[in-house]
Design a protein around this ligand. Structure first.
Ligand code: GLU
Length: 450
């Protein structure tokens, strides 16, 4: 305990005001106690001290001109956290909430997540405090080009391979790749999540959502349950939520909610996937418009949410899939879910449950799949995109989907077996954290003090 305390105290001093980063570090260190106590080598090689310090952090100005001719300035980030297992890999997030703490927690989580996939990828993350909401296509393009005017010199197909995250999809990746190509003259696999027309991989768009449902399926199977007939709460209405909903329907479950930053939608007969895609992928409008298509649905505006949490988690259901953003599920939300008889949680977002909420799930002894395991399907399929680009091949949808299933099963088994090994069979937080840590830490030791 003192070890965790000292590490966090030191971080607070040397990296001030990074609450989300401390939260992510604290969770990992808490899980690592049993392995740190029995393995002197990790302390002797100062593994924790090195792991919490990114190998490199790049912060830069992103100036651009809006449609009215005004000069705008945003903050750009790329944190190259750990390259023990491969090139830095992780998405770019464009959202007004982005700051050094958010990018650092995401980068830190990415290191362990990527290790868990079993694929040769290190961890990194980046983004900008740019708000894509309400921006024209031309503004998005100018912003992406300006962002790459700095970032291009730091990335490469064998050094650092960015992808999407919140606010960054195939359109943004296209503009960034175009500018990278113009500046470097290289047509290489420096981004993943590319369009299918020019180097993208089938299933990449669907992979995070599909993977998070596969993970739930494997957890349930282990407890002699299945997805068939289960009612599901899903939060979010972006890429992850949409393809979580799609896969839930395919496997016979009934997703009854989704949400965006303005409110939550509840549709008892099941969220209409075609309408959701039309609103969010085509028209890019608020979820509230869903009611114009389905008058039997209910909409709860964010202003009516409970003071201690989120409306989406207060509906009774069998399963919950947090697919929006960090800390979207509080301890009170977790208590409501448990009281309503939820049997499994599978996280599509990064760190969506607060630390107290995680405690509630673990104490209730229900199936809880933490984000860094359950949402690893996205980055895993990014690595499959890299493999296709490097070998100049294009694999079929079925082939990539099959590989994704195998990867998710391996992640689940690895987390579960590690949890069993350390005497807490139902604690996948501990299992995932130790399994990811061990891989990165042992690689770091073999590579010397770098
Ligand atoms: N942003 C996604 C994540 O959080 C995907 C990253 C990637 O594909 O590189 O894992």
């Amino acid at each position: 305990m003192t070890y965790i305390h000292n590490t966090i105290a030191r971080l607070k001093k040397t990296s001030p005001a990074q609450a989300e980063f401390y939260q992510a570090v604290e969770e990992i260190l808490d899980s690592l106690q049993p392995i740190l106590e029995t393995n002197e080598k990790y302390k002797a090689h100062a593994i924790i001290e090195r792991m919490v310090e990114p190998e490199r952090q790049i912060m830069f100005r992103v100036p651009w001109v809006d449609d009215q001719g005004n000069v705008q300035v945003n903050k750009g980030y790329r944190i190259e956290f750990n390259s023990a297992l491969g090139p830095y890999k992780g998405g770019l997030r464009f959202h007004p909430s982005v700051n050094a703490s958010i990018i650092k927690f995401l980068g830190f989580e990415q290191v362990f997540k990527n290790a868990l996939t079993g694929l040769p990828i290190g961890g990194g993350k980046g983004g900008a405090n740019f708000d894509p909401k309400g921006k024209s296509d031309a503004e998005i393009m100018r912003f992406c080009q300006s962002f790459i005017n700095e970032l291009y010199r730091h990335i490469g197909p064998t050094s650092d391979v960015p992808a999407g995250d919140i606010g960054v999809g195939a359109r943004e990746i296209g503009y960034m790749f175009g500018q990278y190509k113009r500046l470097t003259g290289n047509y290489d696999g420096v981004f993943t999540g590319k369009s299918l027309l020019w180097g993208g991989s089938l299933v990449r768009k669907e992979a995070t959502g599909y993977g998070c449902v596969y993970f739930a399926q494997y957890m349930l199977e282990d407890h002699n349950q299945s997805l068939a007939g289960k009612t599901c709460l899903v939060s979010g209405a972006g890429n992850v939520a949409i393809y979580t909903i799609e896969k839930l329907y395919e496997l016979g479950a009934r997703p009854i909610t989704c949400s965006d930053s303005s409110g939550t939608l509840y549709h008892e007969t099941g969220i209409n996937l075609a309408t959701l895609k039309e609103l969010k992928e085509v028209r890019k409008v608020r979820l509230a418009e869903y009611l114009q298509y389905h008058s039997d649905a209910r909409y709860i505006p964010a202003s009516d949410y409970p003071a201690d949490g989120h409306a989406v988690w207060r509906f009774p259901a069998d399963l919950a899939f947090p697919c929006a953003t960090q800390n979207e599920l509080t301890a009170q939300d977790a208590q409501a879910l448990v009281a309503n008889g939820v049997i499994a949680i599978s996280e599509g977002a990064n760190m969506p449950s607060t630390q107290d909420a995680v405690e509630v799930f673990l104490d209730a002894n229900i199936c809880y799949g933490p984000g860094k395991a359950a949402n690893a399907g996205g980055v895993a399929t990014s690595q499959l995109e890299m493999a296709q680009n490097a070998s100049m091949q294009t694999w079929s949808f079925a082939k990539v989907d099959e590989k994704l299933k195998v990867i998710m099963k391996n992640i689940y088994r690895n987390a579960r077996d590690t949890a069993v090994e350390f005497g807490e069979p139902n604690n996948l937080v501990l299992g995932a954290n130790i399994a990811g840590f061990r891989k990165v830490a042992d690689a770091m030791i073999e590579q010397g003090v770098v």
